[in-house]
Write a protein that binds this ligand. Structure first.
Ligand SMILES: NC(=O)c1ccc[n+]([C@@H]2O[C@H](COP(=O)([O-])OP(=O)(O)OC[C@H]3O[C@@H](n4cnc5c(N)ncnc54)[C@H](OP(=O)(O)O)[C@@H]3O)[C@@H](O)[C@H]2O)c1
Length: 367
């Protein structure tokens, strides 16, 4: 694997996905869901999972874009396979790529997406909550959440809850440890004080406070991984900051703003040539969390990984378990109030029956 070594990062510490096992899907069928992989970091995450033999479902919103991404990933995978030596060719298998429609701006689409998934699969080994938007103007969704908070966090929370039965089916088999990866960001550090969960932060100037809103959504994703680890310790749940990946579409909104756009482009370019990583390198933190067999839920659950997959410590607010609990409780309350989760869906996780069923798995800490 080659890296563009002109920057200040320590590339020797980067995770190399080629060190993870390659699966033969005809005798070891493992399923992954990646949200928003039509571009950027998600695109490369899917490419590597596919190259490792995973059955990958892209949950995305732009039909044409996702279908084109699938075509391009097939082509890129074939190009890479061509370069394999004869040994690699005989020991590496490609997986499958599928598309399921979801629009994280609209919570109604989540049940539908999970229903379509359930028609094809009974198990889910890896869930990557990757889709996201950044620094957009203030807006409230039809579901009544601040736009960035819903797309980046609330919708992923609901999607994860709905996919939990498929993830638990993997844990029940006791051979493989299922994983949930949330794409957080360094920007969770923009949260300069403690806000009550769900605070809209509708303040002026909007082009400054939009970053605080983005930060809050990314902070919530760190809390989410920690709480998943608390309630479901047999799943390896972690959050990642992929690095500063400045050539993805995430920055498009800022590049296109009149006047500010010129300044923003200059800043992003300077960032790219100093601390930036390529889109593919940006996928390594996620891929470490998803594939590295040296990680286990008991020891690594709830942790935070940064550029290239290195372990790091989030902000004080990010490590605050009381704040994480508040974030979780608020989200459950809001989603219940909108009738998106049935009360029994959550109660079950705390019931005696649930604990009896899953306690042995936790004690064994499957890896
Ligand atoms: N790039 C960075 O420097 C950086 C740094 C820290 C964290 N991150 C995080 O990494 C993740 C991936 O970012 P990226 O840089 O790869 O961004 P990107 O190139 O803009 O890709 C984002 C993906 O999310 C999808 N998406 C956006 N809104 C959606 C919605 N409502 N429903 C479903 N899918 C939606 C997009 O689909 P469409 O094409 O249809 O819009 C796209 O596939 C994000 O969560 C981001 O916050 C990125």
């Amino acid at each position: 694997m080659t890296y563009v070594n002109h920057k200040v990062l320590n590339y020797t510490q980067f995770y190399n996905p080629e060190t993870s096992p390659y699966l033969n899907p005809s005798n070891d069928r493992r399923v992954a869901v990646v949200t928003g992989a039509s571009a950027g970091i998600g695109w490369f995450t899917v490419l590597h999972l596919y190259l490792h033999g995973y059955i990958v479902y892209i949950f995305g919103r732009s039909d044409g874009k996702v279908l084109k991404a699938i075509e391009d990933i097939h082509e890129e995978a074939s190009r890479r396979v061509e370069k394999y030596g004869s040994m690699e060719k005989s020991m590496r298998w490609l997986g499958e790529l599928h598309y399921i429609h979801i629009d994280l701006v609209d919570l109604r689409t989540i049940d539908n997406a999970v229903y379509h998934f359930s028609l094809r699969e009974k198990t889910l080994h890896i869930l990557v909550c990757n889709a996201g938007i950044m620094g957009v103007p203030f807006e409230v969704t039809r579901d009544g959440f601040e736009l960035q908070h819903q797309v980046n966090y609330v919708s992923h929370f609901l999607l994860t809850l709905k996919l939990l039965p498929f993830i638990k089916n993997v844990a029940r088999a006791r051979k493989i440890q299922p994983r949930i990866v949330t794409l957080s960001s360094f920007s969770h550090k923009f949260v300069y004080k403690t806000f009550p969960p769900g605070e809209f932060v509708k303040k002026n100037p909007d082009y400054v406070f939009t970053w605080v809103r983005y930060g809050l959504s990314k902070l919530a994703l760190i809390h989410f991984a920690k709480m998943l680890n608390k309630y479901f310790p047999y799943i390896l749940s972690v959050s990642v900051h992929p690095g500063f990946v400045l050539n993805t579409e995430l920055y498009n909104h800022w590049k296109q703003i009149k006047f500010i756009g010129i300044f923003a482009k200059g800043m992003f370019k300077a960032g790219d040539s100093t601390i930036g990583v390529t889109n593919e390198e940006g996928s390594f933190a996620t891929l470490r969390a998803a594939l590295d067999t040296s990680l286990c839920a008991k020891r690594d659950g709830g942790k935070y990984y940064i550029t290239g997959g290195q372990e790091a410590v989030p902000s004080i607010e990010g490590t605050n378990m009381e704040a994480a609990q508040n974030t979780w409780d608020w989200t459950i309350k809001e989603l219940k109030a909108r009738h998106y989760i049935r009360p029994e869906e959550m109660i079950r996780t705390n019931s005696k029956r649930f604990k009896r069923k899953f306690a042995p798995l936790v004690r064994k800490s499957i890896t």
